[in-house]
Write a protein that binds this ligand. Structure first.
Ligand SMILES: Cc1ncc(COP(=O)(O)O)c(C=O)c1O
Length: 294
């Protein structure tokens, strides 16, 4: 009998360094630089009816993250889709799933500097059911608090060093709300694991694509959806005061898709209800997903 892992259903097959093993058997060295230093990156690719959503954009971001850590990809660009298909074929069918990919710099004697010559990176992949937001969250919205952004200055890297994000998410849990919205020097950055969007006079506004936020795959998607719905889209610095006056607020990520935030720091956003721009974007998002299975 395997020892079950809290929150994990069963004992799925996972991929580790070229082999498929049961999750309970998947082990890496304690000297793996991911374990010792958090020296690695990850991606989460959502799938609907077994079809990856915006896979190329996820692979682009994975390559960007690797390049920023001066790491070579263990898998060629062309080989990823087949590898992901192979992993999925080893799972029971899941209507909505996510594939988690993690690459660390590999195993070497503990030393802050990169191993020289480089060692073989560690590649780990698992697939799991993706729980979509509840209909209550979609229809009535979620709540958030604002907190200071305490993270480092390379938030554009999808790094596995997530302690700042972990503490931010726990702040939401401790406050009994769904999300946090982080501010650095009074300017909005992002959530603990999502991007934040405000609506002002019919315009959707997000934080600039810079080193202070992780550019979610929904950045490009929202731009396209706004274009298709004739909604203006722009990226600007947003202060706390400006955000508090928003007509609508939304968060986005692979697993949240798009959700309305109806309350910030205990105060309603506008009327405290999901707004018309959210409703349009939500519909356009659902339509994109429906197109996947055509
Ligand atoms: C810090 C952070 N920002 C933004 C996002 C949203 O990215 P995506 O839309 O690609 O899921 C995530 C997703 O995990 C995240 O962790």
């Amino acid at each position: 009998m395997f020892e079950s892992i809290q929150g994990v259903q069963g004992n799925p097959q996972v991929y580790l360094n070229g082999r498929y093993v049961a999750l309970s058997e998947a082990c890496v060295s304690v000297l793996d630089r991911g374990f010792i230093f958090g020296d690695g990156i990850y991606e989460v690719v959502p799938l609907y009816h077994q079809k990856p959503f915006r896979m190329q954009e996820h692979l682009d971001r994975l390559e960007r993250s690797l390049a920023k850590l001066d790491m070579a990809s263990p898998v060629s660009r062309q080989a990823w889709p087949a590898l992901i298909d192979e992993l999925l074929a080893k799972q029971p069918p899941m209507p909505t799933a996510m594939v988690y990919i993690q690459i660390t710099r590999g195993v070497a004697k503990r030393d802050h500097a990169f191993p020289n010559p480089p060692v073989k990176p560690t590649l780990f992949m698992m697939a799991a059911p993706m729980a979509l937001p509840s209909s209550k969250a979609r229809e009535q919205g979620v709540t958030a608090i604002s907190i200071d952004d305490m993270r480092w200055l390379h938030c554009d890297i999808k790094s596995i060093s997530l302690l700042g994000n972990v503490l931010a998410k726990q702040a939401a849990v401790n406050a009994g709300v769904d999300e946090v919205i982080q501010f650095r020097d009074g300017i909005m950055t992002e959530g603990a694991a999502c991007n934040v969007w405000m609506v002002e006079q019919g315009r959707v506004i997000g934080a600039p694509r810079d080193n202070l936020v992780l550019e979610g795959i929904r950045y490009g998607l929202f731009q396209e959806l706004c274009d298709s719905c004739s909604i203006e889209f722009s990226l600007e610095s947003v202060s706390r005061d400006r955000l508090a006056q928003a007509d609508e607020l939304m968060v986005s990520s692979a697993t949240r898709e798009v959700l309305p935030v109806v309350e910030l720091d205990g105060k309603p956003i506008a009327k405290g209800l999901p707004g018309p721009i959210y409703v349009k974007l939500r519909q356009a998002y659902d339509d994109r997903i429906a197109q996947l299975s055509l």
